[in-house]
Write a protein that binds this ligand. Structure first.
Ligand SMILES: Nc1ncnc2c1ncn2[C@@H]1O[C@H](COP(=O)(O)OP(=O)(O)OP(=O)(O)O)[C@@H](O)[C@H]1O
Ligand SMILES: [Mg+2]
Length: 253
């Protein structure tokens, strides 16, 4: 049974069809790239999966169960986590405290005090530290998050995401804003997450990132699936190149 399945999903904003009749199956232990020009509907698709918006039509299935229209925190509890296009960390808290905020026990308790004292804190701290170790930020645990580089803040977002314990991870442009010299640790972490058995959907404009991380890719344009294939098949397709770069140019003009 596929981990995550979109069945004829659509979303309109007023007269604008942001996502039109999209059907995609995401399987276990696989990194799928979602590519396409600005405004293609990639982030909207994440918003539909995670319950930020109810779809106008179609269904979202997770492990075969219909999760269409569930509230975001219920979707997260089922096992779907996401990162956002913008980095979201609390600069005035330490790296370790940020990682603790990723744990449901802490984020649900609405008690910032649990970050410093309280029953069960040691166990929570240990779990947060394991997630920091995974992204290789454990040596920065007691520094303020604002002292991390931009790339390290992205890694911290991954550590927070891991706290949720989600099996499916939706990553929205994790390499955006990074120069190629600081891609390495972020891409390594994504590949390691795939190797650990997470199902990953990766939205990315940088085709080198798609090529180096993804097993397969889906090309979206104007809210529709145009093609599915290996990254190499999509990247070497002259028709998609024209569509992608032509439309990016059109948007930028
Ligand atoms: N909340 C909203 N209200 C109205 N229109 C929206 C809303 N969210 C998205 N849209 C529109 O839906 C379309 C798809 O947007 P979306 O953000 O999903 O594109 P994207 O593929 O993620 O683009 P990018 O690569 O620039 O991030 C765009 O035309 C956008 O303006
Ligand atoms: Mg987007």
């Amino acid at each position: 049974m596929p981990e995550l399945e979109l069945v004829n999903v659509s979303k309109s904003f007023g007269g604008l069809a942001a996502v039109s009749d999209v059907s995609i199956t995401f399987g276990g232990s696989r990194i799928t790239g979602l590519v396409g020009p600005n405004g293609a509907g990639k982030t909207t698709l994440f918003n539909l999966i995670t319950g930020m918006y109810p779809p106008t039509g179609g269904r979202v299935l997770f492990h075969g169960e219909d999760i269409t229209g569930l509230a975001p925190h219920h979707v997260a509890r089922r096992g779907i986590g996401r990162t956002f296009q913008q980095v979201r960390v609390f600069g005035e808290l330490t790296v370790e405290q940020n990682a603790m905020l990723g744990l449901p026990e802490v984020s649900d308790s609405l008690s910032v005090g649990l970050l410093r004292t309280g029953r069960g804190r040691d166990e929570l701290l240990e779990r947060a530290r394991k997630n920091l170790e995974f992204v290789k930020l454990d040596h920065r645990a007691s520094e303020l998050a604002s002292d991390l580089s931009y790339a390290e803040q992205k890694l911290l977002m991954f550590a927070c995401l891991l706290g949720l314990g989600a099996s499916t991870l939706l990553l929205d442009e994790p390499a955006a804003g990074l120069d190629p010299t600081s891609h390495g640790p972020v891409l390594d972490t994504i590949r390691q997450l795939g190797g650990r058995g997470h199902t990953i959907v990766l939205v990315e404009h940088n085709l080198d990132v798609i090529r180096s991380c993804c097993d397969e890719a889906v090309f979206l344009a104007e809210g529709r699936v145009v093609r599915t294939g290996t990254p190499q098949e999509l990247i070497s397709d002259p028709e998609l190149g024209a569509l992608y770069f032509g439309m990016v140019e059109g948007v930028n003009a």
